[in-house]
Design a protein around this ligand. Sequence first.
Ligand code: FE
Length: 212
Amino acid sequence: MDETAIFKISYGLFYVGSECEGKKSICVVNTVAQVTQEPLRVSVTMLKGGYTHDLIQKSHKFSAAIIGKNAPLEQIAHFGQISTHNEDKLSGYEVQTDILGNPLFSKSCVATLCCKVIQEVDLDTHTIFIADLVDARTLSNEEPITYAGYRERKQHPDSSADNKEVTTEEKAQSWMCKICHYVYDGEIPFEELPDDYVCPVCKKPKSAFIRV
Ligand code: FE
């Protein structure tokens, strides 16, 4: 089986925020999806162990801001960074509060969603939260970013990936964790990393990485 086939599924990129008992967090995920139209419901799949995951599980609510195509990479990286002090990530940024009390970061975003969790599904490494959409706003007619487009811009920040064609050779060879989709971007070639290397996000071993 060619497991890389699964990466051909197209995803967006989102700032997901939640709040519980005054604790707030925002992180970046590629897993928000609409699941039904009537009633209007969405799902978000979150890696267990994350601060935002735990806040959603406790508070049964979250916000999702759909990131625009030209959002600054540094901004996405800032909220995507692994941090045990998640609340520090929010300071200095224009974070709003949605009608359910979730923190919401919508700069360079095209739309925002406010979601109330009605069900969760335990999937061992991840939890899927299914939620009623209780509020939604369109902010811009700009295209949303895709996860593939984001990875392309990240790998080739100078190429302005949107208007320069990247050769197949340039595109090749990155290693992604199958569990959490973290893309290895260290200076040491992935093959030369020690055998006890683990994914910095989900802590799975080197064998969980796949060449994409
Ligand atoms: Fe991982």
